[in-house]
Write a protein that binds this ligand. Structure first.
Ligand SMILES: C[S@@+](CC[C@H](N)C(=O)[O-])C[C@H]1O[C@@H](n2cnc3c(N)ncnc32)[C@H](O)[C@@H]1O
Length: 392
Protein backbone atom coordinates (compact mmCIF):
# COMPACT_ATOMS: atom_id res chain seq x y z
CA UNK A 1 0.00 0.00 0.00
CA UNK A 2 1.28 3.47 -0.86
CA UNK A 3 3.20 5.41 1.75
CA UNK A 4 5.98 7.93 2.13
CA UNK A 5 8.87 7.76 4.56
CA UNK A 6 9.88 11.32 5.43
CA UNK A 7 12.48 13.03 7.59
CA UNK A 8 11.18 13.92 11.08
CA UNK A 9 9.64 17.41 11.14
CA UNK A 10 7.78 19.67 13.53
CA UNK A 11 4.22 18.32 13.29
CA UNK A 12 2.79 21.34 15.09
CA UNK A 13 3.29 23.25 11.82
CA UNK A 14 0.69 21.14 10.03
CA UNK A 15 -2.25 23.01 11.57
CA UNK A 16 -1.14 26.36 10.20
CA UNK A 17 -0.86 24.91 6.68
CA UNK A 18 -4.37 23.46 6.59
CA UNK A 19 -6.04 26.77 5.76
CA UNK A 20 -4.13 27.24 2.51
CA UNK A 21 -4.12 23.57 1.57
CA UNK A 22 -5.90 22.37 -1.57
CA UNK A 23 -6.84 19.02 -0.03
CA UNK A 24 -6.17 18.97 3.75
CA UNK A 25 -9.29 19.71 5.79
CA UNK A 26 -8.21 19.07 9.39
CA UNK A 27 -5.43 17.72 11.57
CA UNK A 28 -6.09 15.67 14.71
CA UNK A 29 -4.02 14.03 17.44
CA UNK A 30 -4.89 11.35 19.98
CA UNK A 31 -3.66 11.09 23.55
CA UNK A 32 -1.34 8.34 22.28
CA UNK A 33 0.19 10.97 19.97
CA UNK A 34 -1.20 9.35 16.82
CA UNK A 35 -1.77 11.91 14.09
CA UNK A 36 -4.37 11.86 11.34
CA UNK A 37 -4.96 14.37 8.55
CA UNK A 38 -8.40 14.82 6.96
CA UNK A 39 -8.29 14.86 3.15
CA UNK A 40 -10.81 15.85 0.51
CA UNK A 41 -9.59 15.00 -2.97
CA UNK A 42 -11.50 14.26 -6.19
CA UNK A 43 -14.82 14.08 -4.34
CA UNK A 44 -13.49 11.49 -1.87
CA UNK A 45 -13.04 12.08 1.85
CA UNK A 46 -10.47 10.02 3.73
CA UNK A 47 -7.70 10.18 6.32
CA UNK A 48 -3.93 9.95 6.12
CA UNK A 49 -1.97 8.75 9.14
CA UNK A 50 1.38 10.03 10.31
CA UNK A 51 3.39 7.57 12.39
CA UNK A 52 6.89 7.56 13.81
CA UNK A 53 9.01 4.72 12.50
CA UNK A 54 12.75 4.02 12.84
CA UNK A 55 13.81 7.63 13.31
CA UNK A 56 11.58 8.81 10.46
CA UNK A 57 7.89 9.58 9.88
CA UNK A 58 5.62 7.35 7.83
CA UNK A 59 2.80 9.12 5.98
CA UNK A 60 0.33 6.45 5.00
CA UNK A 61 -3.28 5.49 4.27
CA UNK A 62 -5.88 4.85 6.95
CA UNK A 63 -7.46 1.39 6.69
CA UNK A 64 -10.98 2.45 7.70
CA UNK A 65 -11.39 5.36 5.28
CA UNK A 66 -9.13 4.21 2.42
CA UNK A 67 -10.53 5.18 -1.01
CA UNK A 68 -11.10 2.33 -3.48
CA UNK A 69 -8.96 3.97 -6.18
CA UNK A 70 -5.37 3.66 -5.05
CA UNK A 71 -4.22 6.46 -7.39
CA UNK A 72 -6.34 8.98 -5.46
CA UNK A 73 -4.43 7.97 -2.35
CA UNK A 74 -1.07 8.26 -4.08
CA UNK A 75 -1.94 11.72 -5.44
CA UNK A 76 -3.01 12.86 -1.97
CA UNK A 77 0.26 11.64 -0.40
CA UNK A 78 2.20 13.51 -3.06
CA UNK A 79 0.23 16.77 -2.61
CA UNK A 80 0.45 16.64 1.20
CA UNK A 81 4.19 16.02 1.16
CA UNK A 82 4.64 19.04 -1.13
CA UNK A 83 2.30 21.31 0.81
CA UNK A 84 4.06 20.44 4.07
CA UNK A 85 7.49 20.69 2.38
CA UNK A 86 8.43 17.24 3.64
CA UNK A 87 11.80 15.69 2.87
CA UNK A 88 10.98 12.33 1.32
CA UNK A 89 13.37 9.49 2.22
CA UNK A 90 11.57 6.75 0.33
CA UNK A 91 8.29 6.39 -1.51
CA UNK A 92 6.11 3.96 -3.45
CA UNK A 93 3.53 6.34 -4.88
CA UNK A 94 4.19 6.04 -8.61
CA UNK A 95 0.75 6.06 -10.29
CA UNK A 96 -0.32 2.69 -11.63
CA UNK A 97 -2.68 1.61 -14.40
CA UNK A 98 -3.88 -1.54 -12.68
CA UNK A 99 -7.60 -1.78 -12.10
CA UNK A 100 -8.53 -1.73 -8.41
CA UNK A 101 -9.32 -5.18 -7.02
CA UNK A 102 -13.05 -5.90 -7.15
CA UNK A 103 -13.70 -3.11 -9.64
CA UNK A 104 -15.92 -5.14 -12.00
CA UNK A 105 -19.47 -4.03 -12.80
CA UNK A 106 -20.60 -7.40 -11.44
CA UNK A 107 -19.09 -6.65 -8.04
CA UNK A 108 -21.60 -5.06 -5.68
CA UNK A 109 -20.91 -3.50 -2.32
CA UNK A 110 -23.34 -4.17 0.49
CA UNK A 111 -24.25 -0.46 0.58
CA UNK A 112 -25.38 -0.71 -3.06
CA UNK A 113 -28.30 -2.83 -1.89
CA UNK A 114 -29.83 0.08 0.04
CA UNK A 115 -31.29 1.22 -3.27
CA UNK A 116 -30.73 -1.26 -6.08
CA UNK A 117 -32.71 -2.29 -9.15
CA UNK A 118 -32.79 -6.01 -9.82
CA UNK A 119 -32.30 -6.57 -13.55
CA UNK A 120 -34.20 -9.91 -13.62
CA UNK A 121 -37.55 -11.01 -12.22
CA UNK A 122 -36.02 -14.15 -10.73
CA UNK A 123 -33.27 -13.87 -8.12
CA UNK A 124 -31.27 -16.63 -6.39
CA UNK A 125 -28.54 -16.39 -3.76
CA UNK A 126 -25.50 -18.62 -3.20
CA UNK A 127 -23.78 -18.42 0.18
CA UNK A 128 -20.02 -19.13 0.31
CA UNK A 129 -19.51 -19.97 -3.38
CA UNK A 130 -15.77 -20.72 -2.94
CA UNK A 131 -14.31 -21.62 -6.35
CA UNK A 132 -17.66 -20.64 -7.87
CA UNK A 133 -18.23 -23.80 -9.94
CA UNK A 134 -21.85 -24.14 -8.84
CA UNK A 135 -22.58 -20.40 -9.14
CA UNK A 136 -21.17 -20.17 -12.69
CA UNK A 137 -22.96 -23.37 -13.69
CA UNK A 138 -26.33 -22.13 -12.40
CA UNK A 139 -25.92 -18.72 -14.03
CA UNK A 140 -25.06 -20.27 -17.41
CA UNK A 141 -27.98 -22.66 -17.16
CA UNK A 142 -30.55 -20.05 -16.05
CA UNK A 143 -30.00 -16.82 -17.98
CA UNK A 144 -33.38 -15.50 -16.83
CA UNK A 145 -32.25 -15.51 -13.16
CA UNK A 146 -29.92 -13.11 -11.36
CA UNK A 147 -27.54 -14.99 -9.06
CA UNK A 148 -26.17 -13.09 -6.07
CA UNK A 149 -23.03 -14.86 -4.89
CA UNK A 150 -21.84 -14.14 -1.35
CA UNK A 151 -18.29 -14.92 -0.29
CA UNK A 152 -16.24 -13.61 2.62
CA UNK A 153 -12.93 -14.82 1.15
CA UNK A 154 -11.77 -11.94 -1.07
CA UNK A 155 -9.40 -13.92 -3.37
CA UNK A 156 -12.26 -16.33 -4.20
CA UNK A 157 -14.51 -13.35 -4.99
CA UNK A 158 -11.80 -11.90 -7.26
CA UNK A 159 -11.29 -15.22 -9.06
CA UNK A 160 -14.97 -15.68 -9.76
CA UNK A 161 -15.25 -12.08 -11.02
CA UNK A 162 -12.48 -12.94 -13.50
CA UNK A 163 -14.40 -16.03 -14.63
CA UNK A 164 -17.58 -13.98 -15.04
CA UNK A 165 -15.75 -11.64 -17.44
CA UNK A 166 -13.97 -14.48 -19.28
CA UNK A 167 -17.21 -16.39 -19.78
CA UNK A 168 -19.15 -13.16 -20.56
CA UNK A 169 -21.80 -14.01 -17.98
CA UNK A 170 -24.21 -11.16 -17.28
CA UNK A 171 -26.45 -12.56 -14.56
CA UNK A 172 -24.15 -12.80 -11.51
CA UNK A 173 -23.46 -10.22 -8.84
CA UNK A 174 -20.60 -10.96 -6.48
CA UNK A 175 -20.75 -9.59 -2.92
CA UNK A 176 -17.71 -9.87 -0.64
CA UNK A 177 -19.66 -9.90 2.63
CA UNK A 178 -20.90 -12.11 5.43
CA UNK A 179 -24.06 -13.88 4.28
CA UNK A 180 -25.51 -13.84 7.80
CA UNK A 181 -25.76 -10.06 7.69
CA UNK A 182 -26.30 -9.63 3.97
CA UNK A 183 -29.77 -11.21 3.81
CA UNK A 184 -31.10 -8.28 5.85
CA UNK A 185 -30.43 -6.04 2.86
CA UNK A 186 -32.84 -7.94 0.59
CA UNK A 187 -36.56 -7.21 0.30
CA UNK A 188 -39.10 -9.84 1.36
CA UNK A 189 -40.27 -12.49 -1.14
CA UNK A 190 -37.45 -11.72 -3.63
CA UNK A 191 -35.69 -15.05 -4.12
CA UNK A 192 -36.52 -18.43 -5.54
CA UNK A 193 -33.49 -20.26 -4.11
CA UNK A 194 -30.81 -19.78 -1.47
CA UNK A 195 -27.96 -22.27 -1.89
CA UNK A 196 -25.70 -23.07 1.04
CA UNK A 197 -23.31 -25.69 -0.29
CA UNK A 198 -20.70 -27.24 1.96
CA UNK A 199 -20.63 -24.52 4.62
CA UNK A 200 -17.73 -24.63 7.07
CA UNK A 201 -19.02 -26.96 9.87
CA UNK A 202 -17.32 -24.96 12.67
CA UNK A 203 -17.64 -27.92 15.05
CA UNK A 204 -15.63 -26.13 17.74
CA UNK A 205 -17.18 -22.65 17.24
CA UNK A 206 -20.83 -23.30 16.36
CA UNK A 207 -21.68 -19.61 16.78
CA UNK A 208 -19.79 -18.97 13.53
CA UNK A 209 -22.00 -21.27 11.48
CA UNK A 210 -23.99 -19.82 8.61
CA UNK A 211 -27.08 -21.88 9.47
CA UNK A 212 -28.81 -20.63 12.58
CA UNK A 213 -32.36 -19.90 13.65
CA UNK A 214 -32.04 -16.23 12.69
CA UNK A 215 -30.45 -17.08 9.31
CA UNK A 216 -33.34 -19.46 8.65
CA UNK A 217 -36.03 -16.93 9.48
CA UNK A 218 -34.31 -14.25 7.35
CA UNK A 219 -34.06 -16.80 4.53
CA UNK A 220 -37.79 -17.57 4.82
CA UNK A 221 -38.57 -13.85 4.68
CA UNK A 222 -36.39 -13.29 1.62
CA UNK A 223 -37.65 -16.40 -0.22
CA UNK A 224 -40.80 -16.11 -2.25
CA UNK A 225 -43.67 -18.46 -1.41
CA UNK A 226 -42.54 -21.86 -2.73
CA UNK A 227 -38.86 -20.81 -2.80
CA UNK A 228 -36.25 -23.08 -1.20
CA UNK A 229 -33.22 -22.86 1.04
CA UNK A 230 -30.93 -25.66 -0.14
CA UNK A 231 -28.25 -26.91 2.22
CA UNK A 232 -25.70 -29.47 0.94
CA UNK A 233 -23.20 -30.87 3.39
CA UNK A 234 -20.83 -33.77 3.90
CA UNK A 235 -20.80 -33.25 7.67
CA UNK A 236 -23.02 -35.60 9.60
CA UNK A 237 -22.85 -33.30 12.59
CA UNK A 238 -23.84 -30.19 10.59
CA UNK A 239 -26.65 -32.14 8.91
CA UNK A 240 -28.28 -33.06 12.24
CA UNK A 241 -27.65 -29.60 13.69
CA UNK A 242 -29.34 -28.00 10.65
CA UNK A 243 -32.30 -30.37 10.76
CA UNK A 244 -32.87 -29.47 14.38
CA UNK A 245 -32.65 -25.77 13.52
CA UNK A 246 -35.04 -26.11 10.57
CA UNK A 247 -37.64 -28.02 12.58
CA UNK A 248 -37.60 -25.38 15.30
CA UNK A 249 -39.26 -22.85 13.00
CA UNK A 250 -42.97 -22.98 12.35
CA UNK A 251 -44.62 -23.52 8.98
CA UNK A 252 -41.78 -24.79 6.84
CA UNK A 253 -41.60 -27.88 4.68
CA UNK A 254 -38.36 -29.80 5.09
CA UNK A 255 -37.12 -32.43 2.63
CA UNK A 256 -34.01 -34.56 3.06
CA UNK A 257 -32.02 -36.41 0.40
CA UNK A 258 -28.85 -38.46 0.57
CA UNK A 259 -26.13 -38.82 -2.07
CA UNK A 260 -28.08 -36.96 -4.73
CA UNK A 261 -25.99 -36.12 -7.83
CA UNK A 262 -26.26 -32.51 -9.02
CA UNK A 263 -25.45 -31.22 -12.50
CA UNK A 264 -22.13 -29.87 -11.25
CA UNK A 265 -19.59 -31.06 -8.69
CA UNK A 266 -18.01 -28.34 -6.57
CA UNK A 267 -14.37 -28.44 -5.53
CA UNK A 268 -15.25 -29.51 -1.99
CA UNK A 269 -17.76 -32.08 -3.16
CA UNK A 270 -15.16 -33.66 -5.46
CA UNK A 271 -12.88 -34.07 -2.45
CA UNK A 272 -15.57 -35.79 -0.36
CA UNK A 273 -16.69 -38.00 -3.23
CA UNK A 274 -13.13 -39.27 -3.61
CA UNK A 275 -13.25 -40.21 0.08
CA UNK A 276 -16.64 -41.90 -0.50
CA UNK A 277 -18.32 -39.74 2.13
CA UNK A 278 -22.10 -39.44 2.29
CA UNK A 279 -23.54 -36.16 1.13
CA UNK A 280 -26.78 -34.78 2.54
CA UNK A 281 -29.20 -32.30 1.00
CA UNK A 282 -31.77 -30.55 3.14
CA UNK A 283 -34.36 -28.40 1.38
CA UNK A 284 -36.53 -25.99 3.34
CA UNK A 285 -39.47 -24.53 1.47
CA UNK A 286 -41.00 -21.18 2.29
CA UNK A 287 -44.74 -21.76 2.54
CA UNK A 288 -46.01 -18.20 3.04
CA UNK A 289 -45.79 -14.75 1.58
CA UNK A 290 -43.82 -12.64 4.07
CA UNK A 291 -44.78 -9.15 5.09
CA UNK A 292 -42.76 -6.20 3.76
CA UNK A 293 -39.62 -5.35 5.71
CA UNK A 294 -40.04 -2.10 7.63
CA UNK A 295 -36.67 -0.69 6.84
CA UNK A 296 -36.65 2.59 8.72
CA UNK A 297 -33.03 2.83 9.69
CA UNK A 298 -31.72 6.35 10.02
CA UNK A 299 -28.08 7.06 10.81
CA UNK A 300 -28.51 10.78 11.50
CA UNK A 301 -27.29 12.03 14.86
CA UNK A 302 -29.97 14.74 14.72
CA UNK A 303 -29.32 17.25 17.51
CA UNK A 304 -26.13 15.67 18.87
CA UNK A 305 -23.35 18.26 19.24
CA UNK A 306 -19.99 18.45 20.95
CA UNK A 307 -20.32 18.99 24.71
CA UNK A 308 -17.35 20.27 26.68
CA UNK A 309 -15.45 17.37 28.25
CA UNK A 310 -17.37 14.57 26.51
CA UNK A 311 -14.07 12.95 25.50
CA UNK A 312 -13.46 12.11 29.17
CA UNK A 313 -16.91 10.59 29.69
CA UNK A 314 -17.02 8.01 26.89
CA UNK A 315 -16.69 4.45 28.15
CA UNK A 316 -13.14 3.10 27.99
CA UNK A 317 -14.49 -0.48 28.00
CA UNK A 318 -16.45 -2.02 25.15
CA UNK A 319 -20.21 -1.86 25.82
CA UNK A 320 -21.34 -5.40 25.10
CA UNK A 321 -24.92 -6.67 24.66
CA UNK A 322 -26.39 -9.98 23.45
CA UNK A 323 -26.34 -9.20 19.73
CA UNK A 324 -24.08 -6.17 19.39
CA UNK A 325 -21.41 -3.99 20.98
CA UNK A 326 -19.94 -0.48 20.85
CA UNK A 327 -16.28 0.26 21.51
CA UNK A 328 -14.69 3.72 21.45
CA UNK A 329 -11.22 2.78 20.25
CA UNK A 330 -9.42 6.10 19.95
CA UNK A 331 -10.33 9.75 20.45
CA UNK A 332 -8.60 12.35 18.29
CA UNK A 333 -8.82 16.03 19.13
CA UNK A 334 -9.19 18.39 16.17
CA UNK A 335 -9.80 21.55 18.22
CA UNK A 336 -11.22 22.55 21.60
CA UNK A 337 -14.72 21.92 20.27
CA UNK A 338 -14.29 19.10 17.78
CA UNK A 339 -13.35 15.46 17.99
CA UNK A 340 -12.80 12.56 15.64
CA UNK A 341 -13.78 9.34 17.41
CA UNK A 342 -12.68 5.96 16.08
CA UNK A 343 -15.20 3.25 16.96
CA UNK A 344 -15.98 -0.37 16.34
CA UNK A 345 -19.57 -1.49 16.74
CA UNK A 346 -22.41 -3.70 15.53
CA UNK A 347 -22.16 -7.43 15.05
CA UNK A 348 -19.46 -9.54 16.69
CA UNK A 349 -18.81 -11.41 13.44
CA UNK A 350 -18.62 -8.44 11.11
CA UNK A 351 -18.10 -5.30 13.19
CA UNK A 352 -18.22 -1.88 11.59
CA UNK A 353 -15.14 0.28 11.97
CA UNK A 354 -15.99 3.95 11.63
CA UNK A 355 -14.89 7.41 12.59
CA UNK A 356 -17.41 9.89 13.99
CA UNK A 357 -16.87 13.61 13.59
CA UNK A 358 -18.33 15.45 16.56
CA UNK A 359 -18.18 19.24 16.75
CA UNK A 360 -20.17 22.22 17.94
CA UNK A 361 -22.25 22.21 14.74
CA UNK A 362 -23.29 18.58 14.84
CA UNK A 363 -22.21 15.00 14.45
CA UNK A 364 -21.76 12.60 11.50
CA UNK A 365 -20.03 9.41 10.46
CA UNK A 366 -16.77 10.16 8.69
CA UNK A 367 -16.72 9.28 5.78
CA UNK A 368 -19.83 7.24 5.23
CA UNK A 369 -22.74 5.76 7.14
CA UNK A 370 -22.67 2.17 8.43
CA UNK A 371 -24.47 -0.61 6.60
CA UNK A 372 -28.20 -0.61 7.35
CA UNK A 373 -28.44 -3.69 9.54
CA UNK A 374 -30.50 -4.13 12.70
CA UNK A 375 -27.42 -4.48 14.92
CA UNK A 376 -25.83 -1.34 13.46
CA UNK A 377 -29.08 0.49 14.10
CA UNK A 378 -29.04 -0.64 17.74
CA UNK A 379 -25.40 0.41 18.06
CA UNK A 380 -26.21 3.80 16.50
CA UNK A 381 -28.95 4.42 19.07
CA UNK A 382 -26.51 3.58 21.84
CA UNK A 383 -23.93 5.97 20.38
CA UNK A 384 -26.50 8.78 20.45
CA UNK A 385 -27.29 7.93 24.07
CA UNK A 386 -23.61 8.00 24.93
CA UNK A 387 -23.12 11.42 23.33
CA UNK A 388 -26.29 12.92 24.84
CA UNK A 389 -26.49 11.32 28.27
CA UNK A 390 -23.18 12.81 29.30
CA UNK A 391 -24.78 16.27 29.12
CA UNK A 392 -26.34 15.85 32.55
C1 LIG B 1 -16.10 -25.23 2.57
S1 LIG B 1 -16.16 -23.89 1.48
C2 LIG B 1 -17.33 -24.41 0.25
C3 LIG B 1 -17.22 -23.64 -1.02
C4 LIG B 1 -18.19 -24.02 -2.13
N1 LIG B 1 -19.58 -23.82 -1.74
C5 LIG B 1 -17.98 -25.44 -2.58
O1 LIG B 1 -18.90 -26.25 -2.44
O2 LIG B 1 -16.89 -25.73 -3.09
C6 LIG B 1 -17.09 -22.70 2.41
C7 LIG B 1 -17.01 -21.29 1.82
O3 LIG B 1 -17.91 -20.45 2.51
C8 LIG B 1 -17.30 -19.19 2.73
N2 LIG B 1 -17.97 -18.62 3.92
C9 LIG B 1 -17.86 -19.03 5.21
N3 LIG B 1 -18.66 -18.31 6.02
C10 LIG B 1 -19.30 -17.42 5.21
C11 LIG B 1 -20.24 -16.38 5.46
N4 LIG B 1 -20.69 -16.15 6.70
N5 LIG B 1 -20.68 -15.64 4.41
C12 LIG B 1 -20.20 -15.86 3.16
N6 LIG B 1 -19.30 -16.83 2.86
C13 LIG B 1 -18.86 -17.60 3.87
C14 LIG B 1 -15.83 -19.53 2.95
O4 LIG B 1 -14.99 -18.43 2.67
C15 LIG B 1 -15.64 -20.67 1.93
O5 LIG B 1 -15.24 -20.19 0.68
Amino acid sequence: MPHLKVKPFDTSTIKSKIEDSSIMTFFATSDRLDIVIGIEHKNEEFLLQLKQSDGAYLLKYDKVTRPLKVNILKEALDIVSKELSLEVLSSNIALSNTKPALSSAYFKKIEDFEDIKYPKDKVSVEVGFGSGRHLLYQANKNPDTLFIGLEIHTPSAQQVLKQIELQAIENIWVVNYDARLFLEMLPSNLCSQIFVHFPVPWDKKPQRRVISKSFLSESMRVLDKGGRLELRTDSNNYFWYSLETFFSVEKTEVEVRKNEALGVTSKYEARWLKQEKDIYDVYVKSTEISSKKDNIIDFNFNKVKYIQGIENCLSKQALVFDDYFVHFERIFKISDTSLLIKCAFGSFDRPEHKYILLDSNGCRYFVSNPVKTTVNNLAHKLLIEQFILKKD
